[in-house]
Design a protein around this ligand. Structure first.
Ligand SMILES: Cc1ncc(COP(=O)(O)O)c(C=O)c1O
Length: 386
């Protein structure tokens, strides 16, 4: 028996899942600073939950998940949004990666078109491809060219292609760190809704903001039943807890729930996260990590200017975990990536963030993970590879 023949035909069309880097200096994994993981606060919360709600937290959560955390999430959402939703419009998932999978399996049939902002999060590309979607990229070079996007949609509609959804990281995009202007967010929602296209607003970095006014979600700017918002505690608390959420209209959320068969994510972790985020410890933790990542952004930006100078161009992000570097001296990103790895620095080439993987001139540098001195050392080593 040839096992290869038994695998889904889509397995070969997706890229390898991302792996943890083995490099001594990791500028590639988009993860929180390890020293800032709130392990003491979480330990306190685990203890409290197991003492006060052992039975409630150790049974299946039910598909949508623990009500207390869903209520906290919707109250937080309503601080910026006029959409009239309640806790029934929230579904807790095991990481936003699971949320994307849930959305893709609920809405995508083979050969459906999915539009994505480009460059974009490769995890989303592979998830949509695994459902047989054809992906069409919409260039997001700072801002979206809405005129061009409407022409692309019109052309696809004329050729009777079914466009199901548009995936976008509208605030602090992975990999570019950039956010859409509010006026553009609004026009984008209207364009998609007019054409019957669902919009997935991935807010993975929404809380990692360095400005006094955080970037607004699409729903905050223009509430609409076509918007599906995904959020996660992976970047603000820890990746290992696997607690994230989807907020959507009744219609959408009921379909998503119908497609799941896991009796909910980890009920215990949902209780623990709720206990932590409802305490004032969470506010001080958020303030701490925002300052920390802002400092890391500044230190890495100065090191890039000092050591790499005119060999690269980049814009300063006002949130998120990433610098998006454009290589100016003609060396291909894959060459640089390999050279850097040989010198102990892990960094991602830009090609993996594009639908056609054809980019040769960008690198994505993560400033969130390393401590300040390793960050500067890693950038100094990287500069010797150009
Ligand atoms: C834009 C974006 N969405 C989703 C995820 C997945 O996060 P998680 O599954 O840990 O919530 C990531 C992780 O890097 C990301 O960058």
């Amino acid at each position: 028996m040839n096992i290869n023949k038994l695998a889904s035909k889509f397995v070969d069309s997706i890229s390898e899942p991302s792996k943890l880097s083995e490099a001594s200096f990791d500028l590639s994994a988009g993860v929180p600073d390890e020293d800032s993981l709130p392990s003491d606060f979480l330990a306190q919360s685990v203890k409290t939950i197991l003492q006060t709600s052992p039975k409630e937290s150790l049974i299946y959560a039910g598909t949508k998940g623990y009500l207390g955390l869903r209520e906290w999430i919707i109250n937080n959402y309503q601080l910026t949004t006029n959409q009239n939703y309640n806790s029934e419009n929230v579904s807790l998932v095991s990481g936003s990666a699971h949320g994307l999978d849930n959305i893709a399996r609920t809405f995508i049939d083979s050969n459906d078109i999915v539009l994505v902002n480009s460059p974009t999060y490769p995890g989303a590309l592979r998830t949509f491809r695994a459902c047989g979607a054809k992906i069409v990229d919409i260039s997001l070079n700072g801002q979206i060219d809405l005129e061009n996007m409407s022409q692309i949609i019109a052309k696809l509609n004329m050729s009777k292609k079914r466009i199901k959804l548009f995936y976008i990281v509208s605030s602090h995009n992975n990999p570019t760190g950039m956010s859409l202007d509010n006026s553009m967010k609004s026009e984008l929602v209207n364009l998609c809704a007019k054409n019957g296209i669902l919009i997935v607003d991935d807010r993975a970095y929404g809380e990692i903001s360095f400005t006094p006014q955080p970037q607004l979600s699409l729903s905050a700017v223009t509430p609409h039943e076509y918007i599906i918002e995904i959020g996660t505690f992976s970047k603000t608390i820890a990746t290992g807890i696997r607690v994230a959420w989807i907020i959507a209209s009744d219609n959408v959320i009921n379909k998503l729930d119908t497609m799941r068969f896991d009796n909910g994510g980890s009920n215990l972790m949902q209780h623990v996260v709720h206990n932590f985020v409802s305490s004032k410890n969470y506010l001080s933790h958020l303030a701490h990590i925002r300052n920390l990542y802002e400092e890391k952004r500044d230190v890495s930006a100065s090191a890039l200017e000092k050591y790499c100078g005119s060999k690269i161009d980049f814009s300063i992000p006002n949130g998120g975990f990433y610098h998006w570097l454009k290589i100016n001296n003609g060396i291909e990103n894959e060459v640089l990536r390999k050279r850097a790895l040989q010198k102990g620095v892990g960094i991602n080439s830009g090609n993996i963030y594009y639908v056609n993987s054809d980019d040769k001139e960008h690198l994505r540098l993560v400033y969130s993970k390393l401590n300040l001195s390793d960050l500067e050392n890693a950038i100094q080593i990287l500069s010797t590879c150009f």
